[in-house]
Each structure stands twice: as C-alpha cells, then as structure tokens.
Design a protein around this ligand. Structure first.
Ligand code: RP5
Length: 165
C-alpha cells in the first residue's frame, strides 16, 4: 500500500502515460520493499519546463533517488539528471525499435552527467537498484533486500525441482 502520510523517497517519472505498463513494475517493487514513491508524467520534449521544475525541486521535496523511464528518443532521464545531483536510474522503454533507440539515448550520457541505465523495460531492476542505494542508510531496508534475494534463490531451486516432476 502507498504511504501518503510519509514524504516520498523515490521519484518515478516517465515521458508518457503510455510508459506506465512498463514503469508500474518499478512502482510495485518499490511499494513491496516498503518505500514511498512520487509518480509523475512529464516529457523532455512536450513539457520541458515541467521536467525542469520537477527535477530541480526533487531534493527539496525529500526524494533521494529518481527513476526515469522513456521510449524512442528517450532524453527524459538525461534531462532530469542535468537538473539534479540526485542519482538518476534510467529505464529504456520499448516504444519503438525494440527499445534499442531508448537504450542508447539513455546510456550515452556525456561525461560528468551520469544516468545509471538498466535493461530495456528493466523497471523492476531500477526499483531494486534504487532500494539498494537507499539501503546504505537504512538497515531495515537492507534486510528486506536480503530477504528478496533469499526468496529469489528459493524460487530458482523450486523451479529446478519442478523440471523433473
Ligand atoms: C516518449 O515517447 C514516451 O516516453 C513514450 O515512451 C513514447 C511515446 O509516447 P506517446 O506518444 O505514447 O505519448 O516520449
């Protein structure tokens, strides 16, 4: 469940509502880990001033990490990174060309303004990476991440056993 009474820790921004089916995996994972999330739709090209305002104010609003997803000429994560020194994790959304255009647009940042780029449609990994950054200062969150890893390992072992059933 979201925690509306607590300030959001993670900013989740996407270029269009059409990115939501991909980006919702990040939202769901963040909530499962007990994190609070601020969700925004803003486009680097269609609403550039809104992106600037959102990113410039992110730290003051209490956000610690930003996840930014976009497809096509996916400049949103890089533009957000240009307006803040908070860590930005970019999610290439497969809106065209299988997401290769978005992957390259997000990963090929100029030296000095990094975006940590995950795989095409890799929104869940973006959430886990954001949580890992926050867990450096949050032992409870670190334990929840360890538990997530343990459950993942158990699930692999379970699937292995099912192969021979
Ligand atoms: C990008 O263009 C968005 O991030 C989206 O992935 C893609 C298509 O946007 P819509 O035309 O569906 O709004 O800016």
């Amino acid at each position: 469940m979201p925690h509306p009474e607590r300030a959001a820790m993670v900013g989740l921004i996407m270029g269009s509502d059409s990115d939501w089916p991909v980006m919702k995996a990040a939202y769901d994972q963040l909530l499962e880990l007990g994190l609070t999330v601020e969700v925004a739709v803003a486009s680097a090209h269609r609403t550039p001033e809104r992106v600037q305002q959102w990113a410039q104010g992110a730290g003051a609003r209490g956000l610690s990490v930003i996840i930014a997803g976009a497809g096509g000429a996916a400049h949103l994560p890089g533009v957000v990174a240009a307006w803040t020194t908070l860590p930005v994790i970019g999610v290439p959304v497969a809106a065209s060309l299988g997401g290769l255009d978005a992957l390259l647009s997000i990963a090929q940042m100029p030296p000095g303004v990094p975006v940590a780029t995950v795989a095409v449609n890799g929104a869940r990994n973006a959430a886990i990476l954001a949580a890992q950054i926050l867990a450096l200062q949050d032992p409870g969150l670190a334990r929840r991440l360890q538990d997530l890893r343990r459950r993942q390992a158990e699930s692999v072992a379970l699937r292995e056993r099912r192969l021979l059933e």
